[in-house]
Design a protein around this ligand. Structure first.
Ligand code: BES
Ligand code: MG
Ligand code: ZN
Length: 495
């Protein structure tokens, strides 16, 4: 699906679905802009009959027959003085999504003169593309509906030289993450994940290393391998590197939890624990690979970026880890596994150690780590922890620019006692209370403390059961946009 512009004389425009934005102002005047396709006086009568004044979020639908234009949707944008992307995002997303399986092209005409920045126009492109995303890969009846191929912006005169290239790269990254997360666990295995990473490497020239099980053993990754050994599928440790053309000013590692399925292990997920949804337990690694794809195309300069995923499954067989086993991670620390369902942090222990050995300036890890974060923040907001105040500020800024909600959580040192073990250096699970905080405190044991670090728990945000804003129901691709924005901000500030 592509984003395009139509900058020629509107009298020569052709299309059958048009979304027309109106502000709360002189309606007659605004409707004249649409005379190229329909008699605005007639339309004004109809609109007045429906008592529509351009109120924000209000939508009118008109269907026509026997002419080129088949569907006209008029969407209220609210008061012209505070026309703002955040206010109209959700209603635009809904309107566009509803038109998406009816036509191959949707065209949009808004009062662009009221919108000041190129960035905002690009956000419209992003909203349009991401809210109409569809995934028919696993459906045998995929051909009954029309597939949207193009979203066209009409009359963007003020922004004549606009290019949607970067917007499209970012959307492709988000869409890759969504596809990875939504793929069932018998399709997206650790091996398949490593193939997806190889494809990113080939398409965008990133270096790639896939460590096999024996290589991970040589590196002493006893925590990661303890999780993997209950599965019949081989683990794959994925490491992509995006090099810089000019000298490197900053080195960054992005680490993602990559459990292609989490059964819980011998602490099996039972009752309402939603075992059937645990294909999405690789949401963190999907965000990291999505960011690798987007950044591979954008090619930020002056930064060396490492993308790391310790991919495996958490399953049960005769050699699966026992609750109570003690294992040793690659940094030498020993862990008593008092709960096999707290497996994500075990895989991250070795992935973070590996990242730390690359001596980056900063590490961000993303993980569907705890049910506790869902209880704390729900499904719209992800929680993050960091050991650095500037990192907190930068991440909050990036997430708000990206339109992904994030909330800082405390690295409450007094809770560390909850991870004390009688037999090993630590346990992998603390008490129920503050469960996502002890998980973050556990992770902090596995990298050099001089490295700036943030951990983002996306257990609540990586999936949505219902259409919500720019996210159609299913995988959201949460995290890709924030990571890319955070990197882009770094590139700018290093210039
Ligand atoms: N993958 C789960 C966390 C999760 C829960 C993600 C719900 C998405 C939705 C993780 O591996 C897990 O099982 N965590 C346990 C930790 C507990 C045993 C300390 C949890 O949150 O229940
Ligand atoms: Mg688990
Ligand atoms: Zn898990």
């Amino acid at each position: 699906m592509k984003l395009s512009t139509f900058q020629q004389n509107l009298n020569t425009w052709q299309g059958s679905t048009l979304i027309f934005g109106i502000v709360e102002d002189d309606l007659k005047n605004q409707l004249e802009k649409i005379n190229f396709i329909i008699d605005s006086n007639l339309l004004l009568d109809k609109i007045n009959q429906k008592n529509f004044k351009g109120e924000i979020g209000k939508v009118l639908n008109f269907d026509f027959f026997n002419q080129n234009l088949q569907t006209l949707k008029i969407i209220g944008l609210g008061e012209s003085k505070n026309i703002n992307i955040t206010n109209i995002k959700n209603s635009l997303a809904d309107v566009i999504r509803k038109s998406a399986d009816k036509d191959e092209k949707i065209s949009i005409l808004f009062p662009w003169e009221l919108i000041n920045s190129l960035k905002e126009i690009k956000s419209f492109g992003e909203i349009a593309r991401l809210s109409t995303y569809k995934d028919n890969r696993f459906n045998s009846k995929r051909n009954d509906k029309k597939v949207l191929k193009e979203i066209e912006f009409l009359n963007l005169k003020k922004f004549e030289n606009i290019s949607f290239n970067e917007t499209e790269y970012i959307c492709e990254g988000v869409e890759l993450a969504r596809r990875l997360v939504a793929a069932p666990p018998n399709s997206l295995t650790p091996l398949e994940m490593s193939k997806q990473a190889s494809k990113i490497s080939k398409d965008h020239g990133l270096e790639i290393k896939i460590l096999e099980k024996n290589e991970c053993e040589d590196l002493g990754m006893g925590a990661y391998l303890a999780v993997a050994k209950g599965s019949d599928l081989e683990p794959k440790f994925i490491h992509l590197t995006l090099k810089s053309r000019s000298p490197v000013k900053e080195k960054i590692a992005l680490v993602g939890k990559g459990l292609t399925f989490d059964s819980g292990g011998y602490n099996l997920k039972v009752g309402a624990s939603q075992i059937e949804m645990m294909k999405y337990d690789m949401g963190g690694s999907a965000a990291v690979l999505g960011a690798a794809k987007a950044l591979g195309a954008i090619k930020p300069d002056g930064l060396e970026i490492h993308f790391i995923v310790a991919a495996c499954e958490n399953m049960i067989n005769g050699s699966a880890v026992h609750p109570g086993d003690v294992v040793k991670a690659s940094n030498g620390k020993t862990i008593e596994i008092n709960n096999t369902d707290a497996e994500g942090r075990l895989t991250l222990a070795d992935a973070l150690t590996y990242a730390s050995n690359l001596k980056p300036d900063s590490i961000i890890d993303l993980a569907t780590l705890t049910g506790a974060i869902v209880v704390a923040l729900g499904n719209d907001v992800a929680g993050f922890w960091t050991n650095d105040n500037l990192m907190a500020k930068d991440l909050m800024r990036a997430s708000s620019q990206a339109g992904e909600e994030l909330w800082q959580m405390p690295l409450q040192k007094s809770y560390k006692d909850g991870l004390k073990s009688h037999i090993a250096d630590m346990k992998n699970t603390g008490p129920r209370a503050g469960g996502s905080i002890t998980a973050a405190l556990f992770l902090e044991e596995f990298f050099d403390s001089s490295i700036k670090w943030a951990h983002i728990d996306i257990a609540g945000t990586c999936w949505t059961d219902k259409n919500k804003g720019i996210n159609p129901s299913g995988a959201t691709g949460y995290g890709v946009k924030t990571l890319v924005q955070w990197i882009k901000n770094k590139e700018l500030s290093n210039e």
